[in-house]
Design a protein around this ligand. Sequence first.
Ligand SMILES: CC/C=C\C/C=C\C/C=C\C/C=C\C/C=C\C/C=C\CCC(=O)SCCNC(=O)CCNC(=O)[C@H](O)C(C)(C)COP(=O)(O)OP(=O)(O)OC[C@H]1O[C@@H](n2cnc3c(N)ncnc32)[C@H](O)[C@@H]1OP(=O)(O)O
Ligand SMILES: CCCCCCCCCCCCCCCCCC(=O)OC[C@@H](O)COP(=O)(O)O
Length: 419
Amino acid sequence: MGLVQWLKGQFLCHLIICYGFLVSGLLVNLLQICTLPLWPINKQLARRINCKLGYSLTSQSVALLEWWSGTEVTFYTDPADYQTYGKENAIVVLNHNFEIDFLCGWTFCDRFGVLGASKCLAKKELSYLPVIGWMWYFLEMVFIKRKWEEDKRSFVQSLQNLRDYPENFWFLLHCEGTRFTEEKHQISMEVAEKKGLPKLKHHLLPRTKGFWVAVQNLRGTVAAVYCCTLNFRNNETPTLLGVINGKKYHPDLYIRRIPLESVPEDEAECSSWLHKLYQEKDQFQEDYSHTGCFPGPVVTPPRGPWSLINWIGWTCLLLYPLYLLLVQLVLSGSILTILATVAFCSAVSVGVRWMIGQTEIKRSSSYGPTSVAYLMLALVSAVCTYKRRQSLLLSSRVNITMLCLMNLGYDKLISHSIS
Ligand SMILES: CC/C=C\C/C=C\C/C=C\C/C=C\C/C=C\C/C=C\CCC(=O)SCCNC(=O)CCNC(=O)[C@H](O)C(C)(C)COP(=O)(O)OP(=O)(O)OC[C@H]1O[C@@H](n2cnc3c(N)ncnc32)[C@H](O)[C@@H]1OP(=O)(O)O
Ligand SMILES: CCCCCCCCCCCCCCCCCC(=O)OC[C@@H](O)COP(=O)(O)O
């Protein structure tokens, strides 16, 4: 192992990286707050400034991936489509299987100059993430609770707000709505079977409502759907911790441009269209597992220097005051102050570790019912069928069980199991 590679694995380096990310992030958040008075006066200028600020923070992660870990995303796409990337607004549909898929997404955005403005449909919990979540709020990211009845108003409003966005943006949608796990896959394939849809091997069954609503509300604003299929060579299972440790991964990304006019307007037709798209994506993944590549020529734009320049700039800017502070601390000779500083640094590193934890699939939410709930439902529905019309007492107990399940958020599945 070379010296540089050894250095990349050292805790001190990680501490410096995290310190830079956190402090620059908080400064970016502060500057974003300062743009608040500008919104009512010149909204478009405020948005542009926020895009630049967003770039300044997000591109640090791109630099980490591309320059620190040396990971290069290989792009497979039609050269004619390639000419349009970055010059139009688009809805990006991407599989949700990997812990660093968002980082690969950001690299893709950065290569085509839309990183600062790009958005995604994200679960509400992400909006509370310190630094990143707060930044997204100013970038007009669309957050949802993943409960349609509660989401529909704010979802549509947030999309409508994007109609006059002053910069080209890509809107990322993980239609599966949650990250792939074997358990969720099994359950979603049961739903597929009930709906008479073909089974998918590499994807969860897509949820179609969010896609349809996005397409309907962004017609005339967005020119195309970019169907993106991401995989990693040699069955790699990449992690953010691996990237921070300087581990190089080998992602392949297949992008197909589909003009928005070819997406049906009617909800049911749009839903079938999306299911068909996922069946095609599944076939691409299946072929990839045999051949190790996607169809279409490789067209990878070179990595740009700006993410690195920005990262080095922030690091230098923030390391100097840190250095002065440490020197003063040592010279002061106060044990109490030194202990307080150590405690503070430990708290920071625990905080960042917690943030990194949000990217880990093992901590994925239970969105989409768990198999335990599924088992309980099967039980409830069997009891219902057997005892229906027999005893008032029993049916009232079942009703109580159902009410409890509804409280746990499994109402959708209950109505399905009954129907
Ligand atoms: C390499 C990348 C390339 C490019 C990247 C480009 C750009 C990147 C740009 C920007 C990125 C910026 C930042 C991103 C960085 C980090 C963040 C990254 C990711 C965050 C992503 C997320 O948070 S994912 C979670 C949020 N997203 C979604 O949930 C979208 C999908 N969901 C929906 O669309 C849903 O429809 C809904 C949430 C809108 C509403 O859900 P609800 O359940 O209330 O209603 P539905 O109608 O969907 O549900 C009922 C129907 O569902 C059926 N059902 C039941 N169980 C299941 C199941 N397990 N699987 C599938 N379907 C199920 C049920 O039968 C009902 O069917 P009906 O036919 O009766 O309707
Ligand atoms: C220079 C850079 C240094 C980086 C230091 C590390 C700092 C930590 C960065 C944290 C970045 C957090 C981005 C979180 C994005 C997580 C996206 C994601 O994958 O969300 C999951 C949801 O889609 C679905 O949720 P589940 O239902 O699967 O649950």
